[in-house]
Design a protein. Structure first.
Length: 118
């Protein structure tokens, strides 16, 4: 599995960004795709995930109502739409994948930096 994240950048608070994660290497029907983030000096934290088959989603409380995770089956791509961005959303964002029944995420993409200025 190869994961390629993109879409990060510098934005002002209140604005939006959309991250993309292009997945390749196999079919992903039995996978869960997720976004994590890590801010300087902090541990990596879960942001959101989506089941490729069925599309059910979960979100961290800190982003619920502001971020939306989705996938495009035809493009094998997972998106993270981030609205109403806050300075505390500043972090390196990673996409990850695991099999549905797996306990941990095994495949990781490179990070894409999101910086939100106040």
């Amino acid at each position: 599995v190869q994961l390629q994240a993109s879409g990060g950048g510098l934005v002002q608070a209140g604005n939006s960004l959309r991250l993309s994660c292009a997945a390749s290497g196999r079919t992903f029907n039995n996978y869960v795709m997720a976004w994590f983030r890590q801010a300087p000096g902090k541990e990596r934290e879960f942001v959101a995930d989506i089941r490729w088959n069925g599309g059910s989603t979960t979100y961290a409380d800190s982003v619920k109502g502001r971020f939306t995770i989705s996938r495009d089956n035809a493009k094998n791509t997972v998106y993270l739409q981030m609205n109403s961005l806050k300075p505390e959303d500043t972090a390196l964002y990673y996409c990850a994948a695991k099999l549905v029944l797996a306990g941990t995420y095994f495949w990781w993409g490179q990070g894409t930096q999101v910086t939100v200025s106040s």
